[in-house]
Write a protein of this length. Sequence first.
Length: 200
Amino acid sequence: MTPAGRSGTAARRRRRTARQEDLLNRLVALFAAEGFVDFTLEDLAERMRCSKTTLYALAGSKQELVVEVVKQYFRSSVPTVEAAVEDAAGPRGRVVAYLTAVGDYLRPLSRDFMDDLAGFEPAAAVYRRNTAAAADRIRGLIAEGIASGEFRDLHAAFAAEMVAATMFEIQRGQMFSRLEMSDAEAYAELASLVVHALAP
């Protein structure tokens, strides 16, 4: 996806040690697999084999820690997703690569995590901001395809808005509740739909 949601925590992030970054990434893996609502800080310290003080060095409370972990997850997605776009050929390939890479990055997220995320507004807001940033990226890729003639000559902003609306629908979890489709599966279907709909 693309960077979003930078805040006053940027200074704290710049001061993180390699060990803290590793701890955050291990928390990402744990939350992605099991969710986060049922964990206390004591539970997390035990699972991470660290002290609560070590966790407090990352964030001042469990709620703040959850937000930091979710931010870390989306920050880590940027190099992977953009590398896929860089390797793709042509606007069509870049649109498919971007949406597919986003879907692939979301694939490890368990339903427990997604349900917990939906129920915790500060973390859900991080997801929304990153979805908005991803929608902006897609707008640019579609505009490139139209300008190059690889996509039909239509209103780029309108087409992008339709894609963005679907991305937000996926983020809200409505796709899963209606279609029993994971976010990753929904992004893969969206990629296929977009390139066929925009083909000249």
